[in-house]
Design a protein around this ligand. Structure first.
Ligand code: GLA
Length: 588
């Protein structure tokens, strides 16, 4: 095996034999529109970064076993070429688990559907699936390793494994899987900077790095105590944070983060700023926490990062650039100005198409006696409409054994009768069934797969039997709704169709010059938004996030289409495109 480009000494790195300090920033290509990658990478270099870091999301790259998606927003080779063209090195974190507030922490749901597989362990069913994935993923990436003249100088093994398990044989297997498939570059692990995590997540012969956002001196000490020799590196220097629905928006003071960055660099450490540029959880890609309760992530992954979600330098960009300039050369070029935004625009959503009567146009039903989960239906993300009939009439309790994953809207004879939320541990709903044989419909939304802790891979949809006053409901038609092709929907003027029902709404708007904008939906409740077929993601008036980022490349000159799936009801027939984001009230 050739010598890796990046090597370690007793207290630092050498790159091609020369002393080198990694000053990196995280930016996940899969959270940024591909037409904006070059812009964001240039801004990374101009802030003074010499390296960018990215995870690789297994669930998107391998939507089905045996496949590999490597195009569009998943064109990692192109991202690596653009980084190289900008003169940036790359730290690659291929997981297989990536956490990252990403659906399932990046583990594909076709894999996690099998409840017997011991995830993130040396269970051969798990490592076998990883190896078959790496067989496909790694060959197209090998030309981008530094030893072949490419930008990738180091590759991470797993992710904060010490917070999850202690199966060293599994970590060894991963390192060997990378090595044997041609990864000769430096390998590293990362763990939260405490002795237990560092011990459980490290691998002899592989560099240990830490993840922390404050207590810099203490964290570096922990790292040093664990690894007496070698470079000190903070692989995730948390300079902001993510948001859950229903919480306040998290921010961190720029001066405070900059002071800690200065401490890190003054201590001679290498750093990866998490995040340099957070981007967006487009479509159905957000993850969730589940500690005591289920807490799904919002659509924005702004993270209060150095570059805002829409790629403008924020206060941290300027503060970090100043700090970096004290320790390393920073390009003598002007700091990029904020982008021009689209002028405020009103969009009339005059066309409506109710979901429940049209669901057969979007999916073929699967008939089962008892309810099945989304996972059993082979659905990775989205919604399922479950339909059956009530066996008896009366007032009583509709009970969902095991609850729902993650939010269920219940309809009796087409009328909304209530909502159950996993967040609230709901399992039953009082309902009136007017007559035996009444239609019972349950629209269940997957709000994002848990990405941290032991509940990764927990199932979605209806999770057990459904009973009415103790009598089981049988004979279910389940419609798996991926919502990736909505062209079959018939639309009619909104005022001619009944409201207060889940429905698609459509409208067009004119654009003179495409530019970044933010979709604001006052009066709307909860749902999904698309512009010109690009799935922007989930909106919800629960907040904190109030606007959805619309990247300029999604727009075109002339007529543009806005499509919403509104799950509940709207008091407005308009949407607004505004010139500033609103990520909600800040956590004090
Ligand atoms: C950990 C994980 C990251 C991310 C951050 C929080 O450090 O390694 O993937 O989840 O926490 O943003």
């Amino acid at each position: 095996m050739p010598t890796p480009a990046l090597t370690t000494t007793s207290d630092g790195f050498l790159l091609h034999g020369e002393p080198f300090r990694i000053i990196s920033g995280a930016m996940h290509y899969f959270r940024v529109h591909p037409d904006q990658w070059a812009d964001r990478l240039r801004k990374a270099r101009l802030m003074g970064l010499n390296t960018v870091e990215t995870y690789v999301p297994w669930n998107l790259h391998q939507p089905e076993p045996g496949t590999l998606a490597l195009d569009g927003i998943l064109d990692l080779p192109r991202y690596l070429r653009l980084a190289k063209a900008e003169g940036l090195h790359v730290l690659l974190r291929p997981g297989p688990f990536i956490c990252a507030e990403w659906d399932g922490g990046g583990l594909p749901s076709w894999l996690t559907t099998d409840p017997d597989i011991r995830l993130r362990s040396s269970d051969p069913r798990f490592t076998g699936a990883i190896d078959r994935y790496l067989d496909l993923l790694l060959p197209p990436l090998l030309p981008y390793l530094a030893e072949s003249g490419g930008p990738v100088i180091a590759v991470q093994v797993e992710n904060e494994y010490g917070a999850y398990g202690d199966d060293t044989a599994y970590l060894e297997h991963l390192a060997e899987s990378l090595r044997s498939r041609g990864i000769g570059e430096l390998l590293f692990t990362c763990d939260q900077a405490n002795p237990e995590h560092l011990a459980a997540g490290s691998l002899p012969g592989v560099l240990t790095t830490g993840t922390f956002g404050s207590k810099v001196a203490q964290s570096l000490e922990q790292l040093r105590a664990h690894q007496p020799e070698g470079p000190l590196m903070c692989a995730e220097f948390w300079i902001g944070w993510f948001d859950h629905w229903g919480e306040e928006h998290h921010t961190r003071d720029a001066a405070d983060a900059a002071a800690d960055l200065d401490l890190l660099l003054s201590a001679g450490a290498s750093v990866n700023i998490y995040m340099f540029h957070g981007g967006t959880n487009f479509a159905f890609t957000n993850g969730a926490n589940h500690d005591h309760a289920y807490q799904p992530m919002v659509t924005s992954y702004d993270y209060d990062a150095a570059l805002t979600e829409n790629g403008d330098p924020g206060p941290k960009y300027h503060a970090f650039r100043e700090v970096i300039a004290r320790h390393a050369p920073v390009p003598d070029e002007p700091v990029p100005a904020p982008s021009v935004k689209l002028p405020p625009t009103v969009v009339e959503l005059g066309q409506r198409s109710p979901l429940l009567p049209n669901v057969g146009l979007l999916a073929k039903p699967v008939r089962t006696e008892d309810p099945v989960t989304m996972d059993e239906l082979g659905l990775r993300a989205g919604y399922v409409l479950y339909r059956t009939t009530a066996p008896l009439a009366g007032d009583g309790l509709l009970h969902f054994a095991g609850g729902v994953g993650d939010r269920a809207q219940v309809f009796v004879d087409g009328a909304p009768v209530g909502v159950l939320e996993r967040e609230r541990h709901d399992e039953s709903l009082p309902v009136r069934i007017p007559s035996a044989g009444a239609a019972v419909e349950v629209l269940v939304e997957n709000m994002g797969g848990v990405n941290y802790g032991p509940r990764i891979g927990s199932p979605k949809g209806l999770l057990g039997a459904v009973t009415f006053n103790g009598t089981a409901l049988h004979g279910w038609d389940s419609h798996p709704l991926t919502l990736d092709d909505l062209s079959a929907l018939p639309f009619a003027p909104s005022d001619a169709t009944p409201a207060a029902q889940p429905a698609f709404y459509r409208g067009t708007f004119e654009v003179v010059t495409p530019a970044d904008t933010f979709l604001s939906l006052p009066g709307w409740t909860k749902g999904q938004a698309w512009i010109n077929g690009f799935h922007l993601g989930r909106y919800w008036n629960r907040g904190p996030q109030r606007t959805l980022y619309v990247p300029a490349p999604v727009l075109r000159r002339g007529a543009n289409d806005l499509l919403l799936l509104e799950l509940t009801a709207t008091t407005s027939a308009q949407a607004l495109l505004t010139s500033a984001p609103d990520l909600g009230p800040v956590k004090p």
